[in-house]
Design a protein around this ligand. Structure first.
Ligand SMILES: NC(=O)c1ccc[n+]([C@@H]2O[C@H](COP(=O)([O-])OP(=O)(O)OC[C@H]3O[C@@H](n4cnc5c(N)ncnc54)[C@H](OP(=O)(O)O)[C@@H]3O)[C@@H](O)[C@H]2O)c1
Length: 281
């Protein structure tokens, strides 16, 4: 039995869908007991767990062979994930950790949230696998201005990025959780090609049949814009510092890991826009 944390989020939802489609026994871990109850009522497997509360983790790991560990971005993320590593160590459960691109180098606050968890897993004595995806393509879905005003604005990044689809991250996670031979591996996950935000805007324009413009915001404007959308200050600062880290390069590498592991090419940018046309048009 596999335990999926972050089950109500983007990656967790995609991972559970994939595991269920493959007939794999998996239990969804929710923080909200009402969600757990609803899922159980409709015949699913679910458990309530709060990564901030170590007392909830041991019981959730009962009968579990492998846990997919996903922490939400917050100042407490490292502590939350370390709580799970500790609980997994107590019972000897395999851990597949969702990390972030170049987490080991600690170039950004987000990488620095993940790095201590990676290090703790490596020295835990547990079987572990670490997945380090690059920027998610789905970040573009948080840009309603593409539909409303034919533009998207993000903290300025000039260099290309090998964006990856969350469904491909989930595909790799499902493979790693269900196959043998991945213990002690760190997988860098990317899409099939790197493109700049300006090139992304060209693809949007072509596919949507309307001009779409990329606006690369200087830090102060980016901060004000994100705060005005009620994004938490910690997250806003983290995103700006990620942009500074990769503004002139460092996120453009393309790996073959997704196709090596799931046997098909990862989703490219144009296909992502076509698949999500309703959100952008
Ligand atoms: N965005 C990117 O481009 C990118 C790229 C690479 C890696 N990442 C990494 O991806 C992760 C985020 O993945 P995502 O987009 O799937 O996240 P998400 O959609 O924001 O979901 C976060 C999940 O964590 C759960 N959660 C929050 N606090 C919790 C707690 N105390 N105990 C248990 N569960 C808790 C949430 O449950 P509730 O419903 O209860 O809140 C939710 O299910 C982060 O670690 C980030 O660093 C992001």
């Amino acid at each position: 039995m596999i335990l999926v944390t972050g089950a109500s989020g983007n990656v967790g939802t995609a991972l559970l869908a994939r595991l269920y489609a493959d007939g794999v026994a998996a239990k969804a871990a929710y923080r909200d007991p009402r969600t757990t109850a609803q899922v159980i009522k409709s015949g699913g497997l679910a458990v309530t767990l709060d990564l901030a509360r170590p007392d909830t983790l041991g019981p959730a790991l009962d009968g579990i062979e492998a846990v997919f560990l996903l922490g939400a971005t917050s100042p407490a993320q490292t502590t939350h994930e370390l709580n799970m590593v500790e609980a997994a160590r107590a019972v000897g459960v395999r851990v597949v950790k969702l990390s972030v691109w170049r987490a080991d180098e600690g170039l950004s606050p987000i990488a620095r949230l993940h790095r201590p968890v990676e290090q703790s897993l490596v020295t835990s004595g547990l079987p572990w696998t670490i997945l380090r995806p690059n920027f998610y393509l789905q970040n573009f879905l948080r840009q309603p201005s593409i539909r409303e005003a034919g533009e998207f604005s993000v903290p300025l990044i000039n260099a290309p990025i090998s964006f990856i689809d969350i469904d491909d991250v989930a595909g790799v996670a499902a493979r790693v959780l269900t196959d043998e031979g991945h213990d002690g591996s760190i997988y860098d996950l990317t899409g099939p090609k790197a493109l700049t935000y300006a090139e992304a805007a060209e693809v949007f324009s072509e596919i949507l049949g309307k001009p779409v413009r990329y606006v690369g915001l200087p830090d102060d404007e980016a901060r004000a814009a994100m705060l005005s959308r009620n994004m938490p200050e910690f997250y806003v600062d983290a995103l700006i510092r990620v942009a500074r880290a990769y503004c002139d390069g460092g996120a453009e590498t393309v790996t073959s890991t997704v196709s090596d592991l799931i046997g098909r090419a990862p989703l490219g940018f144009a296909d992502f826009v076509r698949q999500n046309r309703n959100s952008f048009d």
